[in-house]
Design a protein around this ligand. Structure first.
Ligand SMILES: NC(=O)c1ccc[n+]([C@@H]2O[C@H](COP(=O)([O-])OP(=O)(O)OC[C@H]3O[C@@H](n4cnc5c(N)ncnc54)[C@H](OP(=O)(O)O)[C@@H]3O)[C@@H](O)[C@H]2O)c1
Length: 361
């Protein structure tokens, strides 16, 4: 099978580097174009990754792929759309708002950025949870007169929460959710990022706009196509001195009474949308439930199934909420919550017929 040719905007950032790793040796996609800010344009990828002090800012433990290290990075608005079948985007929302529509005129744009997440004609897809929401793409193309489209991924904190709520919603109904997050430093990216002096030995009790994103996105994802779910969502998002992996303590009011054992069984047996089971990036199970009261922990559990599975533990009855259940989850923010989640969505969209070589102008 001929691979689809992909370009990546924001290739030097933390999410961008995870895209590079996720697309390396991918059976369906080949990364052939890299873009970043004007600061990086004209440099090889390796040089664009260098900090002013000369240190290579490659953040991952796996080596920088040699095949890309000498590729010249272009400015985000300088990719030639006729050379690609798909654009992946990992830039901040303000940059995405300007760049993504340019490419979406002719190409599918699959994005980690929030710029278009809340538009009525834009799906917010987590493949195992709401694969059918991709039908909004046709509406988007019609309304905007585009041959391509924009498919953004949810916020990385929303992803872990929504994946755990989906089987509960299907089995028992979900009326309300309260959640407190303990989010990793990598979630803030490199620019501006979180300063070590502020985060070491500390917890920062506010992440700008994060709580609103989780509340709105959870409803959109769990709802029917184009109709947000009625679930009430309230959260507190904090930043902690953890490198990768968001931990979340969730308190859920179910539609009907269920025991912790029922919840554990439903989560363990949940297979997600059938279309996702054979996708190359799909893990064996979307949810890994542990009975060990000291798990999940970000350091130990974030990389389960290549960072694509959400780990759940401490499932208990909650005596305050009606039909209350509470649990702790760990989800990898730059893998399932960003780049690998976006590549998974691209795989789904390919299977659904939204990505093809012929989609080029
Ligand atoms: N980090 C996470 O856990 C995570 C999770 C989910 C979603 N996201 C989303 O992913 C996006 C990227 O986040 P990040 O954490 O990777 O941020 P980051 O580390 O700060 O990277 C930002 C990237 O954007 C590039 N960029 C900046 N201005 C640009 C411009 N005018 N044109 C083209 N490229 C430009 C930067 O290139 P230079 O190196 O040249 O400046 C860099 O490659 C954000 O929208 C974020 O919300 C991140």
């Amino acid at each position: 099978m001929k691979k689809l040719r992909c370009a990546l905007i924001g290739a030097t950032g933390l999410a961008g580097q995870q895209f590079v790793a996720a697309l390396k040796d991918h059976p369906w996609f080949e990364l052939t174009g890299l873009a970043a800010s004007p600061r990086s344009a004209g440099k090889t990828y390796r040089d664009a990754l260098r900090a002013p002090n000369g240190m290579l800012g490659w953040f991952l433990t796996e080596p920088l792929p040699e095949a890309l290290a000498n590729l010249v990075v272009v400015a985000g608005d300088q990719l030639d759309p006729t050379k690609y079948d798909v654009i992946f985007s990992a830039v901040e929302a303000d940059v995405a708002r300007e760049l993504e529509p340019r490419y979406a005129k002719t190409l599918p744009v699959i994005s980690a950025a929030s710029a278009f997440r809340y538009d009525d004609d834009v799906p917010l897809i987590i493949p195992p949870v709401n694969a059918s929401h991709s039908e909004l793409i046709r509406k988007q193309q019609q309304q905007r007169g585009w041959k391509g489209f924009i498919a953004p991924m949810p916020n990385c904190t929303t992803t872990g929460l929504a994946v755990t709520l989906a089987p509960l919603q299907a089995a028992f109904g979900v009326k309300a959710v309260m959640m407190t997050s303990l989010q990793a430093v990598s979630g803030a990216g490199r620019s501006p990022g979180v300063i070590a002096l502020d985060i070491i030995d500390n917890v920062i009790p506010h992440i700008s706009k994060e709580e609103h994103k989780v509340e709105v996105e959870t409803k959109k994802i769990l709802g029917a196509v184009g109709v947000p779910d009625a679930v009430k969502v309230s959260c507190t998002c904090t930043r902690v001195a953890v490198l990768e992996g968001h931990t979340e303590a969730a308190y859920v009011s179910l539609g009907r009474k269920a025991s912790p054992e029922d919840v554990i069984r439903v989560m363990q047996e949940w297979k997600g949308d059938p279309q996702t089971r054979t996708l190359p990036s799909a893990p064996p199970r979307w949810l890994e439930v542990t009975l060990d009261p000291f798990r999940p922990q970000p350091r130990l559990d974030r990389d389960v199934s290549g960072g694509m599975a959400t780990s759940v533990g401490r499932v208990r009855e909650d005596g305050v909420l009606e039909n209350g259940i509470k649990y702790v989850l760990v989800s990898h923010n730059t893998k399932m919550g960003a780049a690998r989640g976006a590549v998974l969505a691209a795989e789904l969209l390919k299977v659904q017929g939204f990505l093809a070589e012929s989609s080029r102008a």
